[in-house]
Write a protein that binds this ligand. Structure first.
Ligand code: CP
Length: 344
């Protein structure tokens, strides 16, 4: 049997797949949808966490390929799921994930799943334990709709947006991943993925974040390896102003500090002390007319000022539009279909 084309994260797939999907997403942005390409196919979309963009753009991506999608919100009209191996299911959960995913594999040609980080179990989050359990139970391709560690659908849309912005010449440009204050502790899947995407494009990346808010050593190491192989670089700074100097892209994102797993109260207190880490018009003036990006949802005047979000540098809506075309490109690859507008 051919190996299943899971998309758990891009770093698990070769450059050729990553690069071909960026090209396919960009082509899809201007090509008519290939409505017959996936006729008769179907995808189940399981959202264990809320979503506006991923849910709607996946449903539409499937529709534009001629496929059917079913959106399932576990716990709302489904049985509660048990996860652990060898568990005695005498509690509230009526169905094990192995049966649930096994059954969906009988009905559907692919399964998408959103499973955010717990922010309570460092090892499980770092290893994407739940996503791996889910994929192991599947007998059809699984696409990660944002897991504990990664958001590959967002990463592909981000990369395509950046490549389009620079007419294909993203390598060598300056990308700033700008940590931002947020009232809630947020997982790091998006910043992890944005960092690796920029590094894999050969950009010069600066991660600007306060002390105590470093991304994991593993993710930073992966980013440095990508950048080194492509003539780019990855550096870090704790200066929220100087970070913007000479930037071509400012990508704002909030994420929890490292102490979230050991001492959540200390993390909250540290985060509250960094309200000045916000993308302002003044900071954007230090850039080289940089484009402002954010995965959304974004908190206005907490993460980024109205003046930036409503100004000419903001490309967050184009970035969101790319979610649709990126996911068309992902489904086409998973099902080995022709892409919109031709190509590999
Ligand atoms: N960026 C993103 O994944 O948006 P949603 O959480 O609304 O899906």
């Amino acid at each position: 049997m051919a190996e299943l084309r899971h998309l758990l994260d891009w770093h698990l797939l070769p450059d050729a797949v990553w690069e071909s999907r960026i090209e396919a997403a960009i082509r899809a942005s201007s090509a008519p949808p290939p409505l017959e390409a996936a006729r008769g196919k179907s995808v189940a979309l399981l959202f264990f966490n809320p979503s506006l963009r991923t849910r709607s753009s996946m449903e539409l991506a499937a529709m534009r390929l001629g496929a059917h999608s079913s959106t399932i919100v576990p716990g709302q009209g489904t049985w509660g799921f048990a996860w652990d191996e060898g568990t005695t299911m005498d509690g509230a959960e009526a169905e094990h994930i192995r049966e649930a995913v096994g059954v969906l594999s009988e009905y559907y040609d692919a399964i998408g799943v959103r499973l955010f980080a717990s922010l309570t179990d460092r090892e499980a989050d770092a290893s994407d334990l739940r996503l791996k359990q889910f994929a192991r139970a599947a007998r059809v391709p699984v696409v990660n709709l944002e897991s504990a560690a990664w958001h590959p659908c967002q990463a592909l849309a981000d990369a395509a947006t950046i490549v389009e912005r620079f007419d294909g010449a993203a390598a060598g440009r300056r990308f700033v991943l700008a940590w931002a204050h947020h009232p809630k502790a947020l997982p790091a899947a998006v910043p992890n993925s944005a960092l690796l995407a920029a590094a894999r494009l050969g950009m010069h990346v600066t991660v600007a974040r306060p002390d105590g808010f470093a991304l994991s050593d593993d993710v930073m190491g992966k980013a440095r390896a990508y950048a080194a192989a492509r003539g780019g670089s990855v550096e870090e700074t704790t200066d929220p102003d100087a970070a913007f100097d000479g930037a071509d892209i400012v990508y704002a994102k909030a994420w929890a500090g490292r102490s979230i797993y050991d001492d959540p109260a200390a993390e909250e207190s540290a985060r509250a002390g960094h309200r000045d880490w916000r993308v302002t018009a003044e900071r954007m003036r230090r850039t080289r007319e940089a484009a402002f990006m954010h995965c959304l949802p974004v908190r206005r005047n907490v993460v980024v000022d109205d003046a930036v979000l409503d100004g000419p540098s903001a490309i967050h809506l184009r970035q969101a539009a790319y979610r649709l075309w990126a996911q068309q490109a992902i489904l086409s690859w998973m099902w080995d279909l022709p892409d919109a507008g031709g190509g590999a």
